[in-house]
Structure formats: C-alpha cells, structure tokens
Write a protein that binds this ligand. Structure first.
Ligand code: NI
Length: 260
C-alpha cells in the first residue's frame, strides 16, 4: 500500500524545525500497518525543501515540490525551478505538486492562482514530471487549463477528489488519475462515494493528505499515513472487492504514475 499524498514536511516541533523523532514514529506505525511507501507533498517553497530533506533521509519516502494556490503571494518560479533542477536526478523527486486552483479559499485572486498554476504545469512538462492537482470549487477553470496543456505525457492526478462523475470522465480522458482521501469515508460525502464506486480500477489511487482529513473513525484528530488503510478498506467495500486487491491495484497505479 502507498500513501500517495501526505505532508510529512508539516511535522515540525514548537520551534518550527522538522521533528524527526515524531516522523520516525509515524513511519514505524506506517510500516507496521503494511503501508510501505509514502509521498510527501509540497505546498510552498519552504516545505518543498523540507520534503526533499525527508525523502533523501528515508528509503521509502518520495517527494513532490510545488506551490499550492494558497502560496500565490510568495511564489517564485526561479527558486522553484532551481530546486527541481538540483533534485531531478535524486530518484526521490517524483512530481510537481500540489498545484492548482482553490476558489473556496479565495476568489479575489483567481488570475494570480491561474498564472502560477500554468507556470508550474510548464515546469512539470519541462522536467518530464507528473503533476499533482489541487482543485476546490474551481472545476470549470481547472478543466479548461488542463485541456489547454493536454497532452500530459507524464500524466498526473487530481488529488482529494471532490468533483462529479462527469468531471472525472473529462480528466480521465486527458490521462489523469483521481485520488481519494479520508473524505470518502464521511457520511456526508455520498457524491465522492459514487465516484469511487464508478471509477475503473486502473484510474485511481488512495492517499491521506495527512495531517489533515482523518478518515471516519478518527475524524477531527491528526491524520497520519498509516490511515490510508482505512481509505482503502472503505473503497474495497464500496467496490465489493477485497482489500488485497485494492492494495495491488492502487500500488500498481501509483508506481506507474510516479515511476517508483
Ligand atoms: Ni495536500
């Protein structure tokens, strides 16, 4: 099993330094639950750098670097590109992300969000990396941009999927996967459950987005990569297939996309 999207780079101590002791506990717990690999995702330049540090220290940890729409004001393309350049041959940098649009968070800076989303798509294409897309309440603009930049020869994923089946069809046609978090386990997430039931086995992955979005039994508590097991178990029941099969399917999809 792979947790394809977590934020180990947010595990810091009171002084804002990476808390390696806590990270090692999290990793032990992960391996104990047969989650063998995790990908730690960047949301700004600083935590992208931390992600690289964590991934280079631990064998089964990989990373993505990128700037989330919330980081739009501090975005610096040159600095991000030099980080990519320095690490592209490390074997640990597997994607650009998370990048995208979030109109739930802010609607007043749509043009800036779109601008940095496009710049980072171009960066991913330049370095032959897949993209990890965050899309919240911005489905129209997001799809338009993805169509504009199609084809994506290195693919990508719409993370924490929250859209409709129709929208999923569109992005899957563009070569994207979709990925489910603990949100799928929530009783008020019927639409996400419908998408999970519907999606073909070779088109989806699972993730935690930890420390956020704990699955149902732990909702409200701090999330961790081992909880990806609960996301996978829930989807196994929805799709009426075994946990072992979900494990195999999602691991295969993730390894193919991220080339690990
Ligand atoms: Ni995330």
């Amino acid at each position: 099993m792979i947790d394809t999207h977590c934020h180990l780079n947010m595990i810091t101590d009171k002084n804002g330094k990476i808390d390696f002791i806590k990270i090692e506990q999290i990793l032990k717990n992960m391996y104990d639950n047969r989650v063998e690999i995790a990908i730690t995702i960047g949301s700004n330049l600083d935590d992208s750098k931390i992600g690289i540090q964590i991934a280079s220290k631990y064998k089964n940890i990989y990373c993505a670097v990128g700037v989330h729409p919330e980081g739009v004001d501090e975005f610096n393309l040159d600095k991000l590109e030099s980080l990519v350049k320095q690490n592209i041959n490390s074997g640990k940098l597997v994607a650009i992300g998370e990048i995208g649009l979030d109109y739930y968070w802010r609607k007043d800076n749509k043009l800036e969000q779109i601008k940095i989303f496009k710049q980072q798509i171009e960066l991913a294409k330049k370095y032959n990396l897949p993209i990890i897309v965050h899309c919240r309440e911005a489905f129209g603009d997001c799809l338009e941009i993805l169509k504009q930049y199609s084809p994506f020869l290195n693919g990508g994923v719409i993370h924490c999927y929250s859209g409709s089946i129709e929208w999923a069809k569109e992005v899957i046609n563009l070569g994207f996967l979709i990925s489910f978090t603990g949100v799928v386990t929530y009783s008020n997430a019927k639409n996400v459950q419908e998408v999970a039931k519907w999606v073909d086995n070779d088109k989806f992955m699972v993730e935690t987005d930890s420390p956020f979005l704990s699955p149902a039994p732990f909702r409200g508590k701090e999330n961790c990569p081992s909880n990806v097991v609960y996301v996978a178990k829930f989807i196994a029941e929805l799709k009426n297939i075994s946990y072992n099969n979900i494990d195999k399917i999602t691991t295969k999809n993730a390894k193919k996309l991220f080339k690990i």
